[in-house]
Design a protein around this ligand. Structure first.
Ligand SMILES: Nc1ncnc2c1ncn2[C@@H]1O[C@H](COP(=O)(O)OP(=O)(O)OP(=O)(O)O)[C@@H](O)[C@H]1O
Ligand SMILES: [Mg+2]
Length: 264
């Protein structure tokens, strides 16, 4: 389970979550995207209905509904499922505050889902990818507590590293107290524009600070990536040969290498 997290808004979390998931599913992996952002952008990109009132991750986190009951297969791609987020989730941060085991809700729901699939004799999920909201509240905390890895997208812009130390501190706190297995598996540079000096500077700086975490693959700025959600599609489905789709496929391969060997 990989949490795609960065409390900075608009850095490419959702694009990364859905396009990596789609690329992994295209490579015969069974992938679940859990949308825990009330904006529901990942659900939109996967072509999954998330109007208010639809069965969603809100029901799982707040009402104890089994995850299996809210999953929807993405029409984009075989082997790809989504647990959608609706606008109901916007109240969840507050509603969860007084609930028992509030940080463990997602972790437990995913454990139950894995056991459920095993009982049915279904093949296990290879990847669960969680698209986090742009905050470090209880929703993101649920993702960090359930995950084995965190993937941090960083936009190649000014202030790219701002807030990163706070994110890393939060990850460290979660590791110390709630989930000792948690690791930062990768940092992915997004919206890279090779024509600007700024992009080169950001890449250099991030690599200097995080030589092992930064992925070889960078995601270029690509209109196709931005257009695809408007058609309820990932860029992998929308324009499979675009530079954006190729970059996310390459990033998926790299991620599989990094996380390979102990999936299941
Ligand atoms: N590589 C890219 N090239 C061009 N546009 C991109 C790229 N990646 C993302 N975008 C666009 O940038 C915007 C922000 O991206 P995205 O929604 O993936 O970020 P986010 O971190 O999930 O945002 P939020 O914090 O609001 O959840 C979107 O409009 C998206 O379509
Ligand atoms: Mg998002």
């Amino acid at each position: 389970m990989i949490a795609v997290a960065n409390q900075k808004g608009g850095v490419g979390k959702t694009s990364t979550a859905v396009n990596l998931a789609s690329a992994l599913a295209a490579g015969e992996q069974r992938v679940l995207v859990v949308d825990i952002d009330p904006q529901g952008n990942a659900s939109t990109a996967l072509g999954v209905d998330h109007h208010g009132g639809a069965a969603s991750i809100y029901d799982v986190l707040l009402r104890g509904t089994p995850l299996a009951q809210v999953l929807v297969a993405s029409p984009n791609q075989d082997g790809l499922w989504c647990a959608p987020a609706t606008i109901d989730l916007s109240g969840a941060e507050v509603e969860l505050v007084n609930e028992p085991k509030r940080e463990y809700r997602l972790h437990e729901a995913i454990g139950d889902l894995r056991r459920h699939l095993r009982r049915l004799g279904e093949p296990p999920l290879d990847y669960v990818i969680v698209d986090c909201p742009p905050s470090l509240g209880l929703l993101t905390l649920n993702a960090l507590v359930g995950a084995k890895e965190v993937l941090i997208p960083i936009q190649c812009e000014y202030y790219a590293l701002e807030g990163l130390s706070q994110l890393l501190r939060t990850i460290g706190l979660v590791r110390d107290s709630l989930n000792s297995e948690l690791a930062v598996s990768a940092i992915l540079l997004t919206m890279y524009d090779a024509r600007t000096n700024l992009a080169h500077d950001v890449v250099r700086e991030v690599k200097q600070h995080f030589p092992t975490e930064v992925m070889r693959t960078t995601i270029p700025r690509s209109v196709r990536i931005a257009e695809a959600p408007g058609f309820g599609q990932t860029v992998i489905a929308y324009d499979p040969n675009s530079t954006g789709a190729l970059a996310y496929r390459e990033a998926a391969l790299e991620l599989a290498e990094r996380t390979g060997g102990d999936r299941g």
